[in-house]
Design a protein around this ligand. Sequence first.
Ligand code: URA
Length: 263
Amino acid sequence: MGVLADKSEILYHVGFCANDLQGAEWAVLPGDPARVQILAENLGEAEFIACHREYTSWLTHMDCGPVLVCSTGMGGPSTAICLEELARMGIKGVIRVGTTGTIQERINIGDLIINNAAVRLDGTSQHYAPLSFPAAADIDITNALRQAAEENNIPCHTGISVSSDTFWPGQERYDSFSGYVRKSLQGTLKEWQKLGALNYEMEISALFVVSQCLGIKAGAVCSVIAKRTESEGVVPLSNESEAARRFLITVRQALRLLLKAGE
Ligand code: URA
């Protein structure tokens, strides 16, 4: 579709070149740079590639092939920059692994949410496509994530996310410094809930729209760290938790399914 970078060109933001990918065409994208190494080491034999700004990158050698693990930082802008540079290095499929706050009573902290679409409450995706354009996941990635979670009896819910540029007003949180949520956003949590959306997070709408524009397949799985029907607070995801184990098992098996299917 677009023009690939020269294999030895170091891409400005992520700080590495296509040669470093050793043929990897799939990437796992957490937001947090601190989660990259542990994810990579738990998926396969892992090697450090680069660390520049919010982008920490490791390559992991899974039994089904090499996979890049690269952090995106928080929010749409840094996610879009990452996708642009990964596309130029030949990445063809990405799975976002993030954290989220659920807005549905039936979903609990530690459950997984697989998002097949997202409400575009972000600014980044509007620089790529009009608001009438859907933010939708790739169906094969979504199905692989669902199959992986179901086969491992992991509590998992599939549906629509609300992707907000802000953690506080856009997600109708009142525990901010000012405590103020502007009028147009007051009552929106209830409305998204009534419309059946499952969760709030900050990257998926940009991920889906930008990936679509770049010809990359994209999917997303989130671990629930906030239950907004009960509290505005978050329960941090520790690497040793059952929630982190669920996350890892699901992503590993989904990647195996996807990479084997592409052989
Ligand atoms: N990430 C978000 O954007 N919101 C939450 O509530 C939890 C994680």
